[in-house]
Design a protein around this ligand. Structure first.
Ligand code: ZN
Length: 73
């Protein structure tokens, strides 16, 4: 069985989440078949922001819903 892995890499916190999505592998297999390419392995790096960092990067007013700790003197 082919070893494939997809990595979601957060540019902000450098966190890496490894996922194994079979639909991605199936897509790659189809592409390789069309190209007559013999795939022996694949690694995919998706660069972006993780959920936490994306939330921090977007200071939306939605965060106003979290008023658990009001820090006003
Ligand atoms: Zn992050």
């Amino acid at each position: 069985m082919l070893h494939t892995a997809q990595f979601l890499i957060c540019k902000s916190c450098k966190g890496v989440t490894e996922i194994a999505d079979s639909s991605v592998l199936n897509t790659l297999r189809g592409i390789c078949r069309e190209q007559n390419f013999v795939m022996q392995g694949a690694s995919i790096e998706v660069v972006g922001l993780c959920a936490e960092c994306a939330a921090k990067a977007r200071p939306t007013r939605k965060s106003a819903q979290k008023q658990a700790s009001p820090s006003s003197p």
